[in-house]
Design a protein around this ligand. Structure first.
Ligand SMILES: [Zn+2]
Length: 422
């Protein structure tokens, strides 16, 4: 099966390009391809980008909103309490059904790579089992990595560290941490060491929840970076949320940028959830509670984004659209300069590929894997302004989502007009 996409815009290039896809790979990119293909698609000057990555998500809790109850306080802690009630009787089937629905929504919005957490402090490990099956079954649509996530802490209960290791033995791709949720600062530090021990023993990456709090005293990110350096884990660690960084003093933040860069730690911001859950103990002025994306990037630290949650105890909204997550990020992070908006798509594309160490196969270039999204917009600004679902999503050279564009008709005094947003 070959596909020829004609007249597409590509990021950071002027003019229009044709892209030929053969055998799952990009065979040619040029201003005019003479060869034919099994299917030819006219892009009409729209933007063709590599497909999106969601670097931090909770598939096991997705679409449980209101079950068993709604989060009325809007706090992270009430969310964890509701989830603790829900997961008591959770079944593999329940996890799978919801996760598959959520995955399909995400794919339809252009995400074909996903890192999901599976809460392994549920002792029957039903969430992990369910998500490992979803990973396998959804492979034609999306590449999933499952992180063994100790939601209730590694050292808070006897047996959690063993569950974490067991989850990795069962096939979890990455080892999780949540040091700010451990009982003491010392336990937090120790929990990081326990997780790195397991990661090293099984050759896995570390993918943590780190400093997801407004507490400026929460400083586990430096410990995570130091462990990465000492254990030769540079480039193999992601730190999700890191919202406390919003509240650090600038001198300390500056020190942190340096060691994060040296450790090759990727920081994953989750703008939709961070703006909703953080700042909840403030009166006014209220903090934004998102990590410092702009400054981290400026200091050479890799940053990518996660959607984190869809309609669950922590976040009541969402449709699995990484452009919507990016829309929130550019607002909250003051990334609204013209060039900043153009560059912002790196956060959901190439920066994630760097964190996943798949740069050699990622991009709209000859020889790379044909994982692509044709957006209903001419450039990044239009994509963010309109937030239209993509017209095409392609994974490994196969079209997995197809849409006609969402044109609207408006009737003025009985006369029909076609609305042009682009
Ligand atoms: Zn999370």
């Amino acid at each position: 099966m070959s596909i020829l996409i004609r007249g597409a815009r590509l990021r950071r290039l002027d003019g229009l390009y044709d892209v030929l896809i053969e055998d799952g790979k990009i065979a040619e990119v040029s201003t005019s391809i003479k060869r034919g293909a099994d299917e030819t698609i006219d892009a009409g000057g729209r933007l063709l980008t590599p497909s999106f990555s969601d670097m931090h998500f909770h598939l096991d809790s997705a679409l449980t909103l209101g079950d068993p109850r709604y989060n009325e306080s809007g706090t992270l802690i009430e969310g964890i309490e509701i989830w603790a009630e829900k997961k008591r009787g959770i079944t593999v089937e329940d996890v799978k059904n919801r996760a598959i629905r959520a995955v399909k929504m995400m794919v339809s919005y252009g995400t074909t790579r996903l890192r999901t957490h599976a809460d392994i402090t549920e002792p029957r490990l039903a969430t992990l089992k369910g998500l490992l099956e979803v990973k396998k079954e959804m492979k034609p649509l999306i590449d999933i990595q499952v992180t063994a996530f100790p939601q209730d802490g590694i050292l808070t209960e006897p047996g959690n560290a063993e569950l974490l290791e067991k989850a990795v033995e069962m096939g979890a791709d990455n080892v999780g941490i949540i040091p700010h949720y451990e009982l003491t600062r010392e336990d937090g530090v120790k929990s990081i060491s326990v997780a790195f021990d397991i990661a090293q023993k099984y050759g896995r990456d570390v993918d943590g929840h780190v400093d997801e709090t407004d507490d400026e005293q929460s400083r586990f990110l430096e410990v995570v970076a130091a462990e990465a350096i000492r254990r030769g884990y540079e480039g193999r660690v992601t730190a999700g949320h890191a919202t406390a960084m919003h509240s650090y003093n600038d001198a300390y933040a500056y020190k942190l940028y340096r060691i994060l860069r040296r450790a090759g730690v990727t920081v994953i911001a989750n703008p939709l959830i961070n703006i909703h859950l953080q700042g909840r103990f403030d009166t006014y002025p209220k903090r934004r509670g998102m990590t410092r994306i702009k400054e981290l990037l400026k200091h050479g630290v890799n940053v990518a984004l996660g959607h984190d949650c869809i309609r669950d105890p922590w976040y009541p909204l969402g449709r699995g659209d990484m452009v919507q997550a990016l829309f929130m990020a550019v607002h909250v992070g003051h990334l609204m300069g013209y060039q900043e908006l153009r560059d912002s798509f790196d956060l959901i594309t190439v920066n994630a590929a760097r964190a996943l160490r798949i740069e050699s196969e990622y991009g709209v270039e000859r020889g790379k894997r044909a994982d692509l999204v044709l957006l209903d917009a001419r450039d990044e600004l239009e994509a963010l302004a309109l937030q239209r679902p993509p017209l095409l999503v392609i994974k490994e050279g196969r079209i997995i989502v197809r849409r006609s564009n969402a044109e609207a008709e408006i009737v003025v005094d009985g006369k029909k007009e076609r609305l042009e947003f682009v």
